[in-house]
Design a protein around this ligand. Sequence first.
Ligand SMILES: [Zn+2]
Length: 195
Amino acid sequence: MLNWQSSAFTKVKEFTFYLQRFSFNSLELKEKMVPHLLYMFNDLFGVRNFDKDSLIRFFFTVRKNYRGVPYHNWKHGFCVAHSMYVIIKESPCVFNNLEKLALFIGALCHDMDYRVTTNQFPLESDSPLVDLYSTDSYPESHFSMIVQLLQEELTMTACDISASAKPWKIHVEYVNEVMEEFYKQKRELERLQYH
Ligand SMILES: [Zn+2]
């Protein structure tokens, strides 16, 4: 288990320059995302007021609760959290500490448990989940309460779609993942409707 003193975290300190740039390509991190999250969290909030082991467990739990879908997966959660980190760093007098904490954690968690469906999919496929989540946007319904508490709406949305403003090479990688997710949904809808 990764811990606060591990070399994975120590090494991250060497890459702060890259982390603080919006153009940073988080797709290359692969298994190193949790140490980088720890670095960003420590940089923004310090860790003296937090139980470090609980913090590490929390990040791993968030990772585990993202599904293995093509786009709205753990990598997307990390990318949005990283964009929020850059915005917070570049806006030193805009947010208070509680707002910063809410924005960063909200960005990291905002698509947890996302399935390969848009809001329309449950309606078009007669999913029983429509009854369960009839009053809210289905994919994000699990977190509507958290989002209401945590998100600063415009900033959160800007981070959520921030991959489209990344350098072209990174942008294309994200676009391919989004397209794969849409096609996967289309195939699933056809399977449910015609078989
Ligand atoms: Zn998202």
